[in-house]
Design a protein around this ligand. Structure first.
Ligand code: NAP
Length: 311
């Protein structure tokens, strides 16, 4: 065994950096989500290069070993896998235009939320620049990244690069249509935000009757726990085109929604969301579907696409 002094001399002359076999990854965008992604790649041992419009947000990552790139192009040049997560598609397009000289031949994993058509159009741009484009949707908050609770959806030219497995949780590849992950995402966000809108309104209704939020919460959670059952039942009926009102009818839902509106009006609480929901249900009643189940409303809201929007 060489003496310790000689070992240290050799280490300092050659390299002190630990050897890693992990793929180098670049992260463009260090908002709360981009930061969580970059931090997780670092923790997993990937050589990680970061770029953010406001460079200060890279500070702690650089202190932990990340390389700060001065420009999006420098960042893209550093790694075969480039992950991007910014505010919206307009911002993403600005960043990718700046990175374009170095993006050719790279795998671009784009995790910014957006519409399916935005993803498809960006995929066309990427293909035109020789970039392998994978679009992704993150369905869970920042604190899940790197844990088993993280949920990612991907779609596009090919399956996401293996490095994405370092982000933990479950990943589902939905096929070559680059808009498909975003299509799932917007549908799921629709469910989430309308549910949250209902929850915030329900707490206001309770307050107006001197019921504290904490008093209501256990029962509100009970309502929430019914949703998985309702979702399975509704999904089955929508796909089978079977809308019998054996459990509950649209006419009955209109009556229920009406007494929520009446109670809110009586306390001066704004109630636009419920009025909008009731007007959809009333249209169904007027069209002769009052005795159908609520799954009929999904059918009436929009036609099934038969291929024009898909690839
Ligand atoms: N946060 C979550 O829990 C979560 C969960 C699921 C999905 N997502 C999605 O992840 C994406 C990013 O979300 P986020 O939470 O990280 O924060 P965000 O506020 O949506 O995005 C902030 C990031 O966008 C950058 N940015 C904004 N405008 C820009 C421009 N014109 N050019 C370049 N960069 C620009 C910001 O740079 P500066 O720092 O310079 O402002 C920052 O890096 C969103 O699409 C969001 O829907 C977030």
């Amino acid at each position: 065994m060489p003496p310790r002094g000689l070992t240290l001399t050799l280490m300092s002359r050659f390299s002190l950096a630990p050897m890693t076999t992990k793929t180098a990854v670049t992260v463009l965008g260090l908002g709360p989500m981009g930061h969580a992604l970059a931090s997780t790649f670092l923790t997993a041992g990937h050589p990680t290069t970061v770029w953010n419009r406001s460079p200060a947000k890279a500070g702690d990552l650089v202190a932990r070993g990340a390389i700060r790139a001065a420009t999006p192009a420098d960042a893209a040049a550093a790694s075969d896998v480039v992950v991007a997560c910014v505010l919206d598609y307009a911002a993403a397009r600005e960043v990718f235009a700046a990175a374009a000289p170095a993006l050719g031949g790279r795998s671009l994993v784009h995790l910014t939320s957006g519409s399916p058509d935005s993803a498809r159009s960006l995929a066309d741009w990427a293909t035109g620049h020789g970039v392998t484009y994978v679009d992704g949707a993150i369905l869970t908050p920042t604190f899940t990244i790197g844990t088993p609770d993280a949920v990612f959806l991907f779609s596009g030219q090919e399956e996401p690069p293996a490095a994405m497995a370092s982000l933990g949780g479950s990943t589902t590849y939905l096929g070559p249509d680059p808009g498909r992950a975003a299509a799932y995402d917007v549908a799921l966000l629709d469910i989430f935000w309308t549910s949250v809108a209902g929850m915030t309104h329900g707490f206001a209704m309770a307050r107006a009757e001197n019921i504290t939020a904490t008093e209501l919460a256990p029962f509100a959670k009970g309502i929430g726990s019914l949703l998985p059952l309702v979702i399975d039942n509704h999904a089955c009926r929508v796909d089978q085109g079977r809308h019998d009102g054996d459990h509950s009818t649209i006419a009955s839902a209109v009556a229920g929604m009406s007494h929520i509106i009446e109670s809110a009006d009586a306390r001066g609480i704004t109630v636009e969301t419920m009025r909008a929901a009731r007007s959809v249900a009333l249209r169904a009643v007027e069209a002769g579907h009052g005795s159908d189940g609520l799954s009929r409303l999904t059918e009436l809201l929009g036609p099934r696409t038969t291929g024009t929007a898909q690839r």
